[in-house]
Structures are given as C-alpha cells and as structure tokens.
Design a protein around this ligand. Structure first.
Ligand SMILES: NC(=O)c1ccc[n+]([C@@H]2O[C@H](COP(=O)([O-])OP(=O)(O)OC[C@H]3O[C@@H](n4cnc5c(N)ncnc54)[C@H](O)[C@@H]3O)[C@@H](O)[C@H]2O)c1
Ligand SMILES: [Zn+2]
Length: 353
C-alpha cells in the first residue's frame, strides 16, 4: 500500500514510516520540518520517498498524494504553545492544514484516512461517585490546588470520586486551543468521509513516549522533562502529589496501531468516520513514571513538589478496547521495559540548542 504520511519526519510519524516499511508498504513523507519541532534537520528513514512541504499548500499536497492509496495524517503543531497569541498558528496548521489535505484527497480520489487524534479532547478523565455514578467535575480551582486538594470532588455531593477509564463515547470537552484543533480535525474528517464516501479513523493517542521524543520544549510531554532533568544529573520534579494517573503508550505500539488501522480501513463502512482510544490500558501515576525513569537511569530519586499548573488534568486514562477488538491491536511494550529503554534513548535536540 502506498501511504502518504504527513508529519512523517516527526516523533511519531518517523516510527510510523519505519513500521510501514517493515510491513512491506510504500510510505511517502510530506513534512514542513517546522522549526519548533526540528531545530536541526532530522534524519529521515531510509527507503521512504519524501517531500519537504506544508499540508496547507495545495500544490505540495497534490504532488505528494500522487499514487497514494491512503493517508496517515500526523502533521500538526503539538503541545500547549506559549500563550494565546499562538492560537492562529495552531488553527492554521492543524485545521486549515487538514482541510487542504482532505480537499486534495477528495480531488485525487484517495478515500482512506488514518489520523492522529488525541485524548486531550476529553478534558478531564472519567470519574464515578459511589452515590451518583458517572459525574463530570469542572476545572479545578486555584484555591483547592494551593491547599493541596488535588482530587476533583463530586459536583453533586462533594465526596471523593473514583477515577475510571474514558471510552470514545465520552463527551468532548477540549479545554485549550490545541485540544480544540484536534477535535476539529475529527469533525472535518467526518464531513469529508460523508461527502466523498471515504473511510476515516482517528486514533486518540494517550501519552506517547519512546526513542526520538523531543526534549523539554514548551511542546513536549512530561516524560521528556523528567528524562532531561536526569540527563542533567537532577532529580525529576513531580508536580501535585505525584498521584495523577495517565496512560503511557510506547511510540512503537502507536506506530503499529496506525499500520493496522491503515490495513484494516477496508473493513469500515464507506462514508464513515470512527474514533479509537490508543493507550496501553495500564494506567500509571506520574510519580510511578518518574520513579521508573530515575531507577533505570541510576539518577536521583524524584522530588514531589506540590506545585501545579492550573490547566492540568488530574487523571486521564482510557480504555482502548475498541482498537483492540476492531483492528486486532495489542500493545507489546510494557511500562518497565519501555521506561528503561526511554531512560537511555536519544532525544531530539531542544529548540534552542
Ligand atoms: N506525542 C504525543 O504524546 C501525542 C499525543 C496525542 C496526539 N499526538 C498527535 O500526534 C501527531 C504527531 O505528533 P508528534 O508527537 O510526533 O509531534 P512532532 O512535532 O514530533 O511531529 C509533527 C510533525 O509534523 C510536521 N508538521 C507540523 N505542521 C505541519 C504542516 N503544516 N505541514 C507539514 N508538516 C507539518 C512537523 O514538522 C513535525 O515533523 C500530531 O498530530 C499530534 O497532535 C501526539
Ligand atoms: Zn456524588
């Protein structure tokens, strides 16, 4: 299968290109090599054709799409950005870019799309109250966080909640610009599928980590911050009380999920779009992750600081049952093995080096 991988020079995209090659497919990369993501020119996987170009450029997309059977859309500006002034750039790259790509696919008759979604669209995770069942606590208040009250409480009775696993039907609650653009990408793909008879799949990645992850830039994930601290000989600084639950999924497992979804697209009904959580299904805490990395690195034990960021979610963990059942995916890299590898794996150069 000839697959156009947008963002194929990035962290996840480059692993997808390798996984496609390993399965005998024919990947073509389109990547703008955004300076925020690539302060230095990255090494591209050998064996893949590639174009330097922007998904917002119709001519560049049309050229890269020639002969493609499907598209794996990873290109996006990621992370939270620095402040609201970044909003136009996020919307342009992620949503205008997706619209240009989908229009070119409609024109070229390419009818298969697997794209990178994100768990950020859920806002908070799932919570259950013993008395009221599933509830949706609002954003946490600064006063509570300052007082060390990190757990959201039941909005009806104020009692403790048990965190649960988010399913794909959970209502979307995007709480920042990036999350909003990731949700809009899914809606654009649904419209495209309906209007062209195409098949769209969105893989809502959870916290992806592994070799090639960018270092601590404003765009990177928490695993990167800890890894960089250890590389400097410092203890990872864990915010809140370290008991925030996340689902850490290895980048090679995410790459495999993309390949299986691309290969299985034909089993989906024409004209449909469907979202799938893509996580390991073994929730861990941020504290667990910091401890695993410190131990594997042989560095200082993590320090739990009680600091917080107002926009952070307390717990967000998913069930990826749907992805396992419908595409036969099963993550292979366990937490301890994955973190041990990550503790020593090369990271991408920081933006200011
Ligand atoms: N890393 C995670 O934990 C995570 C979690 C959820 C979702 N995602 C999604 O996965 C995808 C890949 O993310 P990543 O972590 O590999 O980030 P990354 O920054 O390493 O890769 C993104 C790539 O897209 C390219 N790109 C950006 N805008 C482009 C444009 N307009 N035209 C062409 N190329 C462009 C960049 O140059 C970069 O190579 C993104 O869509 C992101 O939203 C990532
Ligand atoms: Zn209650």
């Amino acid at each position: 299968m000839r697959v156009l991988v947008t963002g194929g020079a990035g962290f996840i995209g480059s692993h997808i290109v390798s996984a496609l090659l390993a399965r005998g497919h024919d990947p073509v990369v389109l990547d703008a090599l955004l300076p925020a993501a690539h302060p230095v020119r990255p090494a591209l996987p050998e064996g893949a054709a590639w174009y330097e170009g922007d998904v917002r450029d119709p001519a560049a997309v049309a050229r890269a799409l020639r002969g493609a059977d499907a598209v794996c859309h990873q290109a996006a500006m990621v992370g939270l950005g620095k402040d609201f002034a970044d909003a136009p750039a996020y919307v342009s790259c992620n949503d205008h870019g997706t619209a240009v790509l989908l229009a070119a696919m409609a024109e070229a008759g390419v009818r298969g799309l697997v794209q990178a979604g994100s768990m950020v669209i859920y806002g908070e995770g799932r919570y259950d109250c013993a008395e009221h069942g599933p509830v949706r606590p609002g954003p946490r208040r600064a006063g509570d966080l300052e007082a060390g009250r990190f757990e959201p409480l039941c909005p009806r009775c104020g009692k403790q909640l048990a965190p649960g696993l988010v399913g794909e039907e959970a209502a979307a609650d995007p709480r920042n610009v990036y999350a909003t653009t990731k949700l809009a990408q899914e809606h654009l793909a649904s419209s495209w599928a309906r209007m062209t008879g195409g098949r769209a799949v969105s893989l809502r990645y959870h916290n992806v980590y592994g070799p090639g992850m960018p270092r601590d830039t404003p765009y990177a994930g928490v695993a990167s911050f800890f890894r960089s601290a250890l590389a400097r000989g410092e203890a990872p600084r864990v915010f809140e009380d370290g008991r925030q639950r996340r689902d850490f999924v290895h980048v090679r497992d995410v790459a495999t999920a993309n390949v299986l979804a691309l290969e299985g697209l034909g089993t989906r009904p024409a004209g449909s779009a469907r979202a799938y959580n893509c996580g390991s299904d073994t929730p861990r805490t941020i504290g667990d992750m910091a401890r695993a990395l410190s131990a594997a690195h042989g560095g200082p034990a993590p320090v739990v600081t009680g600091e917080f960021r107002l926009g952070d979610v307390r717990h967000i963990t998913a069930t990826s049952r749907r992805l396992r059942a419908e595409f036969g995916w099963s993550p292979q890299v366990g937490f301890t093995a994955g973190m041990t590898e990550f503790a020593h794996a090369p990271q991408r150069r920081p933006a200011h080096a």
